[in-house]
Design a protein around this ligand. Structure first.
Ligand code: C2E
Ligand code: MG
Ligand code: MG
Ligand code: MG
Length: 289
C-alpha cells in the first residue's frame, strides 16, 4: 500500500541519516585526535597559470590533505566541512598555515593562494594574528592571496567584513572563490574590496559545449573588469577548456590540464618555481626562471 511504501521510505531515510551522523562523528573524533600532535596533515600545491605567460606557473593554490591512521585519506571537502561544523577549523587552520609557511619560507617570491573558512574570519583579531604569524616566518604578505568562498556573502557578518579589510590593509590580496555557485554577491563586492574572482569549475566544465555558459563566463569577466578585479577560471581539464577560457579573456587558468595538486617537494623537483619580480611595483608580475 501507499502507506507501507511511505513508511518504508522514512525508515530508509532515517538509517541513511544515522550512517552519515556516525561517519561525521568518526571523522570528528579522529580529527580531534590528529590535532593533538598535528601529524597526518600535508599541503599540496596546484599551479595557477597566467594566460599572458602560459608557459609559466605564476602561482599555486595550497590544498589541505589528511591521511588518518584509521580512516585513510579523507576527502578534503569532507574533513574541512567537519572541521568547520565542529569548530576544529580554528586549530586546523593555524596548523595548515604553519605547514604552508614552512614550505615556502626559503623559496623567494612564490605567490600562494590559501583557503580560509568563514569560521576563521568570524574570530575577532584573526587578521592580525594571521599577519603576525606570516611575518614571523619572514614571508611578505604580497606572497599570500586569501581565498574565501561565496558562503561569506550569505553570512554577511560584520566581523568577517572587518577581518577581510584588515587582511587587505596588511597587504594580503583577496580572492572570492567558487564564484557563481549560488549567492548573488555583486552587492557584497561593492562593499568589501576583493582583488580576484575565481569562477567555479561548474561553469568552466560546460563553457566549451554550451554557448550560454560561455556567455555567462564572459559576463562575469565583464563584471570583474568593471570592478577592477582579476579572474581565475578553475577546473581546466582539457586543451579545449583552456583555449575557450583564454578566448573569453580570463587572466589565470587552474586545473588538472596544467597540473594536479602535488606536495611541495614535487613542485620544486619539477622546477616549476619561477621568480616573481616587481609584484609591489606596478602590480604586474614579471616572470623569469
Ligand atoms: P576549492 O578551494 O574550490 O579548491 C579547488 C578544488 O578543485 C580542489 O579540490 C582541487 O583539487 C579541485 N580541482 C582542481 N582542478 C580541478 C580540475 O581540473 N577538475 C576537477 N574536477 N577538480 C579540480 P580539493 O583539494 O579536494 O579541495 C576541496 C575544497 O576543500 C576546496 O575547494 C576548499 O573549499 C576546501 N579546502 C581545501 N584545502 C583547504 C584548506 O587548507 N583550508 C580550507 N579552509 N579549505 C580547504
Ligand atoms: Mg580555493
Ligand atoms: Mg574553488
Ligand atoms: Mg570548492
Amino acid at each position: 500500500s501507499a502507506k507501507a511504501h511511505g513508511s518504508q521510505k522514512v525508515v530508509r531515510y532515517d538509517s541513511h541519516m544515522k550512517a552519515a551522523d556516525l561517519d561525521y562523528k568518526r571523522i570528528e573524533v579522529e580529527l580531534r585526535r590528529a590535532l593533538v600532535d598535528g601529524t597526518g596533515f600535508e599541503m599540496y600545491y596546484q599551479p595557477i597559470v597566467s594566460t599572458r605567460e602560459p608557459s609559466q606557473a605564476s602561482r599555486y593554490e595550497a590544498l589541505a590533505r589528511w591521511s588518518c591512521p584509521t580512516l585513510g585519506q579523507v576527502d578534503p571537502e569532507r574533513f574541512i566541512n567537519v572541521a568547520e561544523t565542529s569548530g576544529l577549523i580554528l586549530q586546523l587552520g593555524w596548523l595548515l598555515l604553519d605547514l604552508v609557511c614552512q614550505d615556502i619560507k626559503n623559496v623567494d617570491n612564490t605567490v600562494i593562494n590559501l583557503n580560509i573558512s568563514p569560521a576563521q574570519l568570524m574570530t575577532p583579531g584573526f587578521a592580525e594574528e594571521f599577519s603576525n604569524r606570516i611575518s614571523g616566518y619572514g614571508i611578505r604578505p604580497c606572497r599570500i592571496e586569501v581565498e574565501v568562498t561565496e558562503q561569506i556573502v550569505l553570512r554577511d557578518d560584520i566581523t568577517i567584513a572587518k577581518e577581510l579589510s584588515v587582511l587587505r590593509a596588511c597587504g594580503f590580496s583577496l580572492a572570492l572563490d567558487d564564484f557563481g555557485t549560488g549567492y548573488s554577491s555583486i552587492g557584497y563586492l561593492k562593499r568589501v574590496k576583493f582583488d580576484v574572482l575565481k569562477i567555479d569549475r561548474s561553469f568552466v566544465r560546460s563553457s566549451y559545449n554550451s554557448n550560454k555558459d560561455a556567455q555567462m563566463v564572459a559576463s562575469m569577466v565583464g563584471l570583474a573588469r568593471s570592478l577592477d578585479l582579476e579572474i581565475i577560471a578553475e577546473g581546466i581539464e582539457t586543451v579545449q577548456d583552456a583555449d575557450c577560457l583564454r578566448g573569453i579573456g580570463v587572466d589565470y587558468l587552474q586545473g588538472y590540464y596544467f597540473g594536479r595538486p602535488v606536495p611541495f617537494k614535487v613542485v620544486e623537483a619539477n622546477r616549476r618555481f619561477y621568480q616573481i619580480h616587481d609584484l609591489e611595483a606596478g602590480g604586474v608580475a614579471v616572470l623569469s626562471r
